[in-house]
Design a protein around this ligand. Structure first.
Ligand code: AHR
Length: 492
């Protein structure tokens, strides 16, 4: 079957919220410590303790929003342990992640400073599992209240006169699991109670995010929407791609073709999840006021041999570039309900965009996909119809291609395409209707080997290169899209 993409360039389908390109950074393994934070006394070049090379690389992605401090860590984090002079901060055991000692050197002020350096909005996840209503309420007061109050005064004592603006606030994390093993009815009641005290101070308006479902737990979404729809702005959803299942995820490198196909199939499953959870949300919120916030997603494999099993450090290959490209296309296509997503996790944990080794840093294939797709941020989605050949995976079939398209304010059109086939190129025709095409520029990321990746000794093995194979006939574009590739076309 031939592959065809029809794009109606004059039919826009709403804005692609830039927050779809968000990130997640937890106190887990080497994400915060070593990844972002090295401390002011480090030999690694830093600004107030935060690595300069990391900030520079992430600024290229225009990261719109950063979620912190967890994850599972959020429900055992007590924010007051992470403020004040660093040498006096209380230490704690990070029981979820390797049982290591957390010295709390990276806390509220450091996180807000990091967001400032990145130009990203903070998304703070509060503690419901082991915290109190008062503690959550006081955190919001500490962050955002301008007047005389115990928490605002404490903030001033700690060197910050002005309140910060904090929009996104999560009320607990995975409350069905590490966040308290609750039943949805119980969490829905707790959510209603906790969010009551997450106050709007001054002109700061908080967007309240309720802890959502694990994968296909549709009953969780049903109960939360039924019991608390009018008290939330967003409802989260978590889904990770584990090729071999949660208990036997499989390695990040050195896998075979069958595992490649399973990974693609599991990446595509995100679409079914969005559709089914959206249908439930539509029942209680037909206007789509409540956003779906997919604040954890990514491909999660076995840790690299010899590394701490609790640190979730894994390599990142061309397979992960496809996983990222497919997810981001799906999110773009569901821009009516999906208003934010956060890949897990930015540095050194699960599907990272950056890996570090002491003073060295590499950009992963996933980083490059985020960079290639960034023109979609806040652009208008374009109506797109995809006819794709299929790939047989065991007794199932999946499409060979994934695609999305958008038009930026300056009129530039971006089309992103993934060819999930591990061997075959795809003969492509793109019919761009309603647009005069004068110039097409392309960038592609691809590789020969299934597990091609960057290493600290060979950091540029997998990176985007110019793609100049597009033939233009009027407003029709044709080309062969190589196997295992992600392509971004810019059309003027
Ligand atoms: O991202 C790693 C962990 O995955 C998070 O802490 C948790 O929320 C999820 O189970």
């Amino acid at each position: 079957m031939s592959n065809k993409v029809i794009i109606n360039a004059d039919a826009t389908k709403g804005k692609i919220n830039k927050n779809i390109y968000g990130h997640f950074a937890e106190h887990l393994g080497r994400c915060i410590y070593e990844g972002f934070w090295v401390g002011e006394d480090s030999d690694i070049p830093n600004t107030n303790g935060i690595r300069n090379d990391v900030v520079e690389a992430l600024r290229q992605l225009n990261i719109p929003v950063l979620r912190w401090p967890g994850g599972c860590f959020a429900d055992e984090y007590h924010w007051k342990d992470g403020i004040g002079p660093r040498e006096n901060r209380k230490k704690m055991v990070n029981t979820h992640w390797g049982g290591v000692i957390e010295n709390n050197h990276f806390g509220t002020h450091e996180f807000m400073m990091l967001c400032d350096m990145l130009g990203a909005e903070p998304y703070i996840n509060g503690n419901v599992g082991s915290g109190t209503v008062q503690e959550m309420s006081e955190w919001v007061e500490y962050l955002t209240f301008d007047g005389e109050s115990p928490m605002a005064n404490l903030r001033r004592e700690n060197g910050r006169e002005e309140p910060w603006q904090v929009k996104y606030f999560g009320v607990g994390n995975e409350n069905w699991g590490c966040g308290g093993h609750m039943r949805p009815e119980y969490y829905a009641d707790l959510y209603r109670r906790f969010q009551t005290y997450v106050r709007n101070y001054g002109d700061n308006r908080i967007f309240r995010i309720a802890g959502g479902a694990n994968v296909d737990d549709y009953n969780w979404t049903e109960v939360l929407m039924r019991e608390a729809v009018h008290m939330m702005d967003g409802l989260s959803l978590h889904y990770y791609v584990h090729p071999g299942g949660f208990w036997d995820k499989g390695p990040a490198t050195g896998f075979d073709e069958e595992v490649w196909d399973i990974t693609m199939q599991k990446a595509l499953f995100m679409e079914e999840l969005i559709n089914k959870h959206s249908t439930i949300m539509d029942k209680y919120d037909p206007e789509k006021r409540v956003a779906m916030i997919i604040d954890e997603w990514g491909a999660w494999y076995d840790v690299e041999p010899g590394t701490n099993p609790g640190f979730l450090y894994q390599q990142n290959t061309i397979r992960d570039a496809l996983v990222a490209g497919v997810h981001l296309n799906i999110f773009n296509q569901h821009n009516d309900r999906v208003q934010m997503t956060n890949i897990a996790q930015t540095i050194n944990v699960i599907q990272s965009v950056i890996l570090t080794d002491k003073e060295r840093l590499i950009l992963t294939p996933t980083y490059h996909v985020f960079e290639m797709y960034k023109a979609h941020q806040d652009a208008e989605r374009l109506d797109l119809h995809l006819e794709s050949a299929s790939i047989k995976t065991g007794d199932q079939e999946i499409p060979q291609l994934s695609a999305s398209a958008s038009k930026a304010q300056d009129g530039r059109i971006t089309i992103t395409l993934c060819n999930m086939d591990k061997r075959e190129a795809a003969d492509m025709v793109i019919d761009l209707r309603g647009e005069e095409v004068s110039d097409v520029a392309g960038r592609i990321i691809t590789a020969d080997k299934l597990d091609a990746h960057n290493t600290f000794d060979n950091p540029d093995q997998v990176k985007p290169v110019t793609f100049d194979q597009v033939q233009l006939h009027g407003s029709e574009l044709s080309f062969a899209l190589p196997a295992k590739s992600v392509l971004a076309l810019t059309i003027r």
